[in-house]
Design a protein around this ligand. Structure first.
Ligand code: LLP
Length: 386
């Protein structure tokens, strides 16, 4: 059994917070969050002279969290006008924000230009033409490249394969044509970006994408005389979703990813800024969700609990069949398997086969670990629960 690395509340605090604020309740631990960011910064500083850490705010856009990330020196990756406005409300200078998105609307792009964002990561030739037409020549842009690299993660969060909707394909020459178009139109193209997917455990897959990105950048320097100043390797580093999973060592992961890239860039004398933009691995393990049990039903041997939340505060069991560790606040031995359902008007099984004390019952407080990422940011108002 690996030692626990994820934040969890002591039982008494879980009960008291649940009573004070009501449930379902997201709780984020600032110390864990700062620690994760510092681990990233320290690892990056060892690997390359110019690095940049951008926090992907889609993972959790809570304003206080954005402030902590910015205070720790992160840039903020924003997936549209809403996330840009959230960063503004958190008093983060727009110059530290990057606009992302595969289908950005004129509203997203106009706001980014008006605010003066630090970078627009262009995802398609249509978007490029829009920027050219608007005469957006000063804003730094990076082209998101689709390297055609598949990853072993849930198919819904694999984004760098050949048929992905994201990025400009590398393989059929379209990416090079986009570079030419930027050069002709006098856009401020600073470099390239990839993002292969999320919850990626194997650095090797990211390395494949990174190597394709670097080779392309070198070719563009040589063939198109592009001054490559920025290369973004994306996010996607996995977290320890369950205690039974091995912990993910960010330092080792980044070493495996950066070393070959750094060696190749040095060989060619390219001193570009190397950037990454993690979301999940910054915040997932810093967050827990508290629920109250509302009902217990024993149907023969099948023991069922229902809590006062569900797919509206955590959609990932339904979307990605993701499992979570559930920690009771009762001290008795966890010797009985329960199926834990939510409160929505459907059979929303949240946490199957969860070991809890035999006398678990209505009124108990339960703590669910590793919910800091893609829970509050993906919450819905289904059944008008909030
Ligand atoms: N950069 C870009 C361009 C992205 O699209 C994403 C995530 C990230 C960075 C950060 O990836 P991370 O480090 O968090 O894996 N809702 C899904 C995850 C979707 C990921 C979306 N893009 C889930 O709950 O698994």
């Amino acid at each position: 059994m690996h030692p626990e690395t994820r934040f969890r509340l002591p039982a008494a605090d879980a009960i008291s917070l649940a009573r004070t604020f009501g449930t379902p309740l997201y709780v984020l631990d600032e110390a864990t969050l700062r620690d994760r960011i510092r681990t990233y910064q320290a690892a990056l500083n060892e690997l390359w002279p110019a690095t940049s850490l951008t926090y992907a705010s889609k993972a959790n856009g809570t304003l206080a969290l954005l402030q902590v990330a910015a205070h720790e020196g992160c840039g903020i990756d924003c997936a549209g006008a809403g996330e840009l406005l959230a960063a503004s409300r958190a008093a983060i200078p727009p110059s530290r924000c990057h606009l992302h998105g595969n289908a950005k609307s004129p509203v997203d792009l106009e706001l980014a230009l008006e605010l003066g964002v630090g970078m627009i990561v262009v995802d398609s030739t249509d978007e490029l033409e829009w920027l050219i037409q608007k005469g957006a020549r000063t804003v730094p842009i990076a082209l998101r490249i689709n390297p055609g690299v598949g990853t072993s993660t849930h198919q819904k969060i694999s984004t760098g394969h050949l048929k992905s909707k994201f990025g400009i394909p590398l393989l059929d020459g379209r990416a090079e044509k986009a570079v030419q178009r930027c050069q002709e139109a006098g856009l401020n193209l600073v470099g390239f970006h990839i993002h292969l997917g999320s919850q990626l455990r194997e650095a090797e897959q990211l390395e494949l994408g990174a190597s394709a990105l670097v080779e392309f950048a070198i070719e563009m320097m040589q063939r198109q005389s592009l001054d490559v100043r920025y290369l973004n390797l994306g996010g996607g580093i996995a977290v320890r979703q369950l205690q039974s999973d091995p912990p993910v060592r960010v330092g080792q992961f980044l070493k495996a990813l950066f070393r070959p890239v750094a060696a190749r860039l040095l060989q060619e004398g390219v001193m570009a800024t190397l950037a990454i933009e993690p979301g999940r691995s910054v915040v997932a393990e810093a967050g827990v969700t508290l629920y109250h049990v509302m009902a217990r039903k024993d149907i023969g041997d099948y023991k069922l609990l229902a809590v006062d939340g569900g797919m509206s505060d955590n959609p990932s069991p339904a979307l990605y069949d993701r499992n979570f560790d559930v920690v009771p606040t009762r001290e008795d031995e966890c010797d009985t398997a329960f199926s834990i359902y939510g409160a929505h008007c459907e059979s929303d099984l949240l946490f199957p086969n969860t070991m809890l004390p035999a006398d678990s019952q209505a009124g108990d407080t339960l703590q669910v670990l590793c919910t800091g990422a893609y829970n509050s940011s993906m919450a819905s108002n289904y059944n008008r629960f909030r």
